[in-house]
Each structure stands twice: as C-alpha cells, then as structure tokens.
Design a protein around this ligand. Sequence first.
Ligand code: URA
Length: 434
Amino acid sequence: MRAVDLIETKRDGGALAPEEIRWLVGSYVAGRVPDYQMAAFLMAVYFRGMSEEETVALTQAMAESGERIDLSGVPGVKVDKHSTGGVGDTVTLVLVPLMAAAGLVVAKLSGRSLGHTGGTIDKLEAIPGLRTELTLEEIRRQAERVGAVVADHTADVVPADRLLYELRDVTGTVPSLPLIAGSVLSKKLAGGADAIVLDVKCGDGAFMREEAQARELAETLVRVGNRLGKRFSALITAMDEPLGTAAGNALEVKGAIAVLHGEGPADLREVTLALGAELLLLAGEVGSAEAGRARLADLIAWGRAWAKFRELVAAQGGDVRAIEEPDRLPTAQQVVEVPSPASGYVERLRAHPIGVACGLLGAGREVKGQAVDPGAGVELVAKVGDEAARGEPLARLHVGRPDRVPEATKLVRDAYTIGSQRARPKPLILGQVR
Ligand code: URA
C-alpha cells in the first residue's frame, strides 16, 4: 500500500477499507508515513468526512496502536469521562476525585491543549512536580490504591492519538467529527472503564458550534462507542461562554480547587455534578440523576472529593502545598487589565476568542512540542449577566508572551458584547444521548 493512494481516495470523496485505515495508522505510528502525508490525509478527512464503518475502523486502529489498561484485577466499578473540548473546561479535575470519593475507580487518559481549547494534562502539569506520563503498571497501581488517576496518552497506550492529536492541533484539522470520534473513543477503548460519560460541548467555544452538529457528534460517539462494547452516554453542554471564571492552566486548577472546596464558579460545579450523576446512574449506583447529584454534593461538602484530589496529586508526585495554598501555583510575569468600553450588562461573552487569546498569551502551542506557560491565561472578571462599568476591568490577561498582548487584548475586548439589558441565564445542559 502507498499513503499517497489512500490520501487521493479520501481527497476525491472515496471510502477506505478497514485494512487500509489500519495500515495507514500503523505505518504512521511506526514512523514509515511522515507527518506531511498524514497532515494531507487529515485535511482530506476534514473536508470529506468518514462513514460510520470508517470511523469504527479508525477508532479500532488507533486503540490497537498500543496496549490497553487492564483494570480487571482492580475491585469496584470502573468509570471514565471525556469532554470534546472547551474553554475553561476544568471539569475533569473535579470529577475524577469526586467519582473516586463515591467509591468508583477512574483511570483517565487525557490530552494537552488542542486548537483554542485547553487540555487537562497541561492543567495538571501546572502543579509543580506532578507527573502525567505514567507507565501502565503505575496507572493500574494508582487506580487500585487511590481510585483516581489522570495520565497522558503514553507511548504505551494509544500512541496513535498522541501523534495525531499533536498534528491536528497545528494543522487546522481538529473540528472533524470522525477525527474527534476516533480520538475520544480510542482512548476510552484502551482505558479500562466499563461505563463512560461524554461531555459534548456545543457553542462558540466548542468544535461543534451548532446544536444539530453537537447532537450528531454525541449520537455518533454513543453509537460507535456502544458498538465497540462499552456502556456510553453523552450530555450536550453549553460552551458559548467559557466555563468558570478563568481559562489557562494554573488559573483553571485554582477554579477546580475552589469547586472541590464547595465554592467556586456555579456553572463549573453544575456541569460537573450533571456528568457525575450520569456516571453514577450508568454504573448502577443510584436510581436517578437527582439522587446522584445529592450524593455528589454531600461528598464535596464533607471534604471527601478534596481529600481524593490531594491523594491523586501526591500519588503523581505533585507538590501538595501548591494545591493547599494555591497562591504557590505558577503565576504569569505580567497581568494586564482589559477595561470595559461602556457601562451596562454583559450580554454575550464568546468563548472562542477567549481560548485563542489564552493560547497567544502562552497557555497553548503554535507549533508541535512547544512548551506552555502554566501561569498564562485569561481571568474573566465579568461574565454574561454581570454588570460592567466603563473603564472597569472586564478581564485580566495573565501574560506569558508579552509581544502578544495587543492581539490578545483586542480578542478579549471584542469577545464581550455590552448592552443595556441584563441577559437571562441560558441552560447549561442542552441535551442527553443514551
Ligand atoms: N478531545 C479529544 O480527546 N480529542 C479530540 O479530538 C477532541 C477533544
């Protein structure tokens, strides 16, 4: 087989056979197909899409590119969660310890920043010393001992996603339904969970901006996932404005810590509880989502979720003092305010430009392998419905790359619409697919 023939077939709208997809993914992981051919293939998929059969084959080929996490010897129900990516979406940092506090086991493989969205691994690495590149044995042992692990997709597990993810990030090929499905589901297939909840983000800051697209992605993920032999369900959640009150790695760790202490942004807590309740339901632990929410709220109030987060951080070599006293987390070299151009109310706050600004300021990558600045990001002083006063800050830029401040300032200022009416809160949970 030749990569160029497969690229041309896809470029011209043809369908590939499962063995062709397996060959391409395997050859890329083995270093026999170079980045430039894979980038061309990804762009062809971006424009031409894939059939469900091709998506299943892609997912399987990616999952089979490495080893699987075997949690069969670990007692308890194994669950997992995955988000399709958003801005300020730090749900995993709260949900993983919360599920472990509820007695379930979560060994989660996560990613780094992708396009304009943040990545859990970059966020966790903002905690000094914390290791995310764990061996299979380390993942298994920590799952058994702590009940909660968050690891990077390693050289051993789903190496195909690690490589493709990095390439998509810098080639404009992220918002593609089959590529997102392959990426998300291959990690879930190689992970050891029995029940998985997917958070399909929808809106300005999501890869799927329209509700119909998000629903199609959610339905595809659940259908393909169930075909591959695991129990999946998905919530479609709002990502029109960022979640929480900040986007950026250390800034989001602080937001997650606040929610684990029973404080923090209400929207972040709400989405976390909704996904957690869905997982408890899928795992057969509760009879209704309401009962699940109540149980999770108690675990936060009793400090159990926080205790698990502490355990997770310590187990992965992180400096526990930095989460106990979050002022010890990395900070940016400079903070610049973005003042409001008018007085009134925030009518709209678009998540996409906030995510792009965050990346420009140092929280994301412009080329493969670039280091991120853990302290960089955007703090949102005002969100939709809040009052704004002319000249007062709408947001603060936490600057890692000072030459990008003018561009980031413009993006953040233009992300806000100030009007005269106080906007009504919009629903956070837009739909569900089981
Ligand atoms: N999350 C992933 O893991 N992969 C994607 O492609 C998008 C979101």
